[in-house]
Design a protein around this ligand. Structure first.
Ligand code: NAP
Length: 328
């Protein structure tokens, strides 16, 4: 059987991805073979496909950290042909082991999660790592900041993860302010739950170590200067959850938000395979308090053949929401 996959090669130190024809024996070994139906495009997937940074640390490798599809064979009795399943996150899938940008995927059974009855996997991949990571951040805020304490700022507002954070926070009764570099997307941001939109450069009033106290809390998907601005303008005892680096890997700030306003900065890591996601993932399912209400507005589909062009656009900052790749 022959099928298509995107593979990233290291050619004389340059990372180059190509659509190639494969057979199962080209893929890394595993217990379960899945015919792919949907795969997501995260920021790190776009970096991998375009060869930016070092998301992939083994060559050649199939990128793509999330996929859903149907089991075609399994050496593990937990799964049978026809089961609808998803593989998402974990330390290796799509980074050090062949991932989801392939019409067939082969993985260890321990990485495979079941898709709830009645779903073809679209919503599971649509939410995926983006919504799960945001849900971990929202859960942290829920424990520490009440909606009546004031607005929550979400940075990188139109991004996949941030869109889900806005949706979930609004659903829980928080007043959400979205910061964005695409103010032309105000209508989209309001539709998914933002009450107010601010430009990327308007998070804090100025550049003093402490600025006007505006935010009861924050969810930050971008790091760098916007995270510093968020910390400087967070209210006393506010909580900021950070999980991203789209604006930069470095954080330069001062000690004053922490020692004069008791602001907390909480790091969030969502790279857990589905079988290990536990209670927060369960609460994201329909009926749960963290279930996003706007999956259809946030997610849009792209064909597998259009994935490489889409990744170029995402890295250039020109994408809204979250793309879900559909396989033929
Ligand atoms: N820690 C974890 O476990 C974890 C899990 C998932 C994601 N992440 C990280 O979270 C971040 C977002 O991921 P994603 O998949 O949601 O990406 P995404 O869909 O590409 O969203 C990123 C958003 O950040 C904003 N942005 C892009 N470049 C920027 C820049 N130079 N300066 C300021 N803002 C910029 C843009 O929103 P606006 O135009 O609206 O400002 C963009 O839509 C990434 O850094 C990713 O690596 C981490």
């Amino acid at each position: 059987m022959k099928f298509n996959a995107i593979r990233l090669f290291n050619e004389d130190g340059k990372r180059v991805s190509r659509m190639v024809e494969q057979t199962l024996s080209d893929l890394d070994p595993g217990d379960v073979v899945i015919k792919s139906r949907y795969a997501a495009v995260n920021y790190k997937d776009a970096r991998a496909v375009t060869g930016v940074g070092n998301v992939i640390s083994r060559f050649p490798c199939v990128p793509g950290v999330e996929v859903a599809g149907t089991v075609v064979e399994s050496a593990d009795p937990s799964f049978r042909p026809g089961d609808v399943v998803t593989v998402q996150g974990g330390r290796d899938f799509g980074m050090r082991r062949d991932g989801g940008y392939s019409e067939y995927v082969r993985v260890p059974a321990a990485w495979v999660g079941r898709v709830p009855e009645g779903s073809d996997g679209f919503d599971m991949v649509g939410m995926g790592l983006a919504a799960y990571t945001s849900a971990l951040a929202v859960d942290e805020l829920l424990r520490r900041v009440r909606p009546e304490q004031g607005p929550i700022l979400v940075t990188g507002g139109t991004g996949g993860s941030s869109s889900f954070a806005i949706d979930m926070l609004a659903g829980l009764g928080y007043r959400v302010v979205a910061s964005t570099g695409k103010t032309s997307e105000a209508q989209y941001l309001k539709k998914i739950g933002a009450s107010e939109i601010v430009g990327r450069d308007e998070i804090a009033g100025g550049d003093k170590p402490l600025e006007e106290q505006r935010w009861a809390g924050g969810i930050d998907a971008v790091g760098g200067a916007p995270l510093d601005a968020l910390l400087r303008s967070t209210r006393k005892r506010g909580v900021v959850c950070a999980f991203g680096n789209a604006a930069g890997e470095e954080l330069r700030t001062s000690i004053y938000p922490f020692i004069l306003r008791s602001v907390s900065l909480v790091g969030i890591n969502g790279n857990h395979p589905v079988p290990e996601r536990g209670e927060v993932w369960a609460r994201m399912m329909p009926g749960g308090d963290l279930h996003p209400r706007h999956i259809a507005d946030i997610c849009h589909t792209i064909p597998f053949a259009g994935l490489q062009a889409h990744c170029d656009k995402l890295i250039a900052g020109g994408v809204r929401g979250r793309a879900v790749v559909t396989f033929g």
